[in-house]
Design a protein around this ligand. Sequence first.
Ligand SMILES: C[S@@+](CC[C@H](N)C(=O)[O-])C[C@H]1O[C@@H](n2cnc3c(N)ncnc32)[C@H](O)[C@@H]1O
Length: 295
Amino acid sequence: MSATRQDEQAVLNKDYSKSDYYILASDFQGTVRLALQQYIWREALGFNIHPSIPPLEPTASIADIACGTTLWLVEVGRQLGPPSDLHAFDVNLQQAPPKEWLPENLTLHKWNFFEDVPKEFKGKFDLVHVRLITVAIKDNNPVPVIKNLFKLLRPGGHLQWDEVDVYKSFVVKAYAELEVPAMDAWCAWMAGTKEGQGNPENEWRRHLTGMLTENGFQTAQRHDEGDRFLEHKHLMRYNSDPLLMLSEQYARRVYSTGNEQGTKLLKTVEAAAKDAENGSAMIMPPIIWVAQKPL
Ligand SMILES: C[S@@+](CC[C@H](N)C(=O)[O-])C[C@H]1O[C@@H](n2cnc3c(N)ncnc32)[C@H](O)[C@@H]1O
């Protein structure tokens, strides 16, 4: 981590030790960003459930952990039909619709994934899905979460875990001669490589396949899906702009603490937005792990 990034994080992380600590905004802008991202990913990737997972019975039990808007699970439920048994969990259900607007077979639960798995859910699910929880993982150690995800599955059930490979973020330009220095700078900042350094707080993603195996899963496999966006160029702008939105929110929070980095970040994001209008986008490649709990 660069000294600058450490400095920004130190100010924002004062509640880091709390087990329900979460840095991103759960307000209406966050909801819009996540909802758009769900539709863009589904369109670009071509699936909600990774194709390496065998087809589920229409009566399958599915858990979406850290569900945010619940949209992934709503879409999966629509695919499977009403006999499916759907459970959406989050430490904060602020971004989910009221239960009255959700399908009858989908139940919302407030649950912190660092806490014990409730008895009634142990060994229950055919599929457990979790997506984009990097910012909630503490001390570069996903093992407590892996252990809880394992407990939720029935023997033979599958885990699907979706993240993004920030290290491999890259800029795409509509035409080769286009100069987009701010977009390049923003991408380097997001990837944590501005000073040529990695981003050690997220190192665990490089080792997740092995960690899943060490914690009881079998056939753990990592699928890199970044090229899908290159196959869907018309979607690249809508995939990149929500990331700008996220960076702007983050920059505003840094700014609000009085840290001078906030001003710098806001300027970079503003200039990168201009570069986007001129025909560029950033891709943060999706990575999907699929693993099975042994029978
Ligand atoms: C980036 S959002 C992703 C939401 C959803 N998975 C999606 O892809 O749209 C991360 C989610 O993790 C939830 N979260 C953060 N820490 C958590 C914890 N300790 N236990 C359960 N959920 C948590 C947040 O409330 C938020 O809804």
